[in-house]
Design a protein around this ligand. Structure first.
Ligand code: NDP
Length: 247
């Protein structure tokens, strides 16, 4: 699975084809959508129209809370698969844990067996949610997608996921844009002659996370993707780790 992708929450359906198409042309190979975002159909169309071989683009979508349960999850996945129109869902996540999370996970296991979903995982799961799942199932989630940036740095969860072979996928890596104005981030960016957004994305990548910043602007999409040619030092990483603790 690519370690960098495009999140499409808050990209309205009329704008999604252009944003996803641009991103794919720039080299993005992971698109993160959800039933809840209302743009699965447009994401699928843009992926198909990109002309890229199907196996080179990874599309994630998610099971809403209201669709959780066994039969309801199966039906929801089938609806998402139909909307995407890509033949399969590369990664299907339980969007957040509800009191029907256990039956939902059983449904995801069945969907993976049937080939509807290539990989399955979870989102917004705490260590105790993951422990419950791992105690009850032999299928380890491929991913736990959680809010993860210096102000939501959960070292314990990161280590737990690493120990169990679960990739941590960082959502809201730019703190929904708010992290970009922080003076410490700006100073570090200036030192590297980079941008605040690039510093925040590097931080996530250097922690071994998959990062999925959202943008529907061409300049931002390009800027966010240019994060593989510089490195934050250990000291800089530690300073960013401490930002959340300092508040
Ligand atoms: P992000 O942290 O990615 O921030 C997005 C905001 O930052 C937008 O306002 C965007 O505006 C702006 N932005 C992006 N790039 C730049 C840039 N280079 N310079 C200046 N501003 C920039 O927020 P999200 O909450 O959207 O998180 C990313 C993705 O994570 C979501 O789209 C979704 O796929 C996923 N997610 C999953 C959740 C879950 O529960 N599983 C919850 C929340 C998010 P503009 O478009 O104008 O560039």
């Amino acid at each position: 699975m690519p370690v960098f992708g495009l999140g499409v929450w808050n990209i309205p359906p009329r704008k999604a084809p252009n944003a996803v198409g641009l991103a794919l042309r720039m080299g993005y190979r992971l698109i993160d959508t959800a039933r809840l975002y209302g743009n699965e159909r447009e994401v699928g169309t843009a992926v198909r129209e990109s002309g890229l071989p199907r196996d080179q683009v990874s599309v994630t979508t998610k099971l809403r809370g209201e669709d959780q349960g066994f039969d309801t999850a199966i039906a929801a996945a089938e609806r998402s698969m139909e909307a995407l129109g890509l033949g399969s869902i590369d990664l299907y996540l339980i969007h957040w844990p509800t009191n029907r999370r256990r039956e939902s996970w059983k449904a995801l296991e069945a969907l993976q067996k049937r080939g509807v979903c290539r990989s399955i995982g979870v989102s917004n799961y705490s260590i105790s949610d993951l422990e419950e799942l791992l105690n009850e199932s032999s299928v380890v989630p491929a991913v736990n997608q959680v809010e993860f940036h210096p102000w939501a740095y959960d070292r314990g969860l990161l280590e737990y996921c690493r120990r169990h072979g679960i990739a941590l996928e960082a959502y809201s890596p730019l703190v929904q844009g708010r992290g970009l104005r922080d003076p410490a981030i700006r100073a570090m960016a200036a030192k590297h002659a980079r941008t605040s957004s690039q510093v925040l994305l590097r931080w996530g990548l250097q922690h071994g996370c998959i990062v999925i910043p959202k943008s529907d602007r061409e300049d931002h999409l390009r800027e966010n993707a240019a994060v593989f040619d510089f490195v934050l030092s250990d000291k800089e990483m530690a300073a960013l780790d401490a930002l959340g603790e300092a508040r």
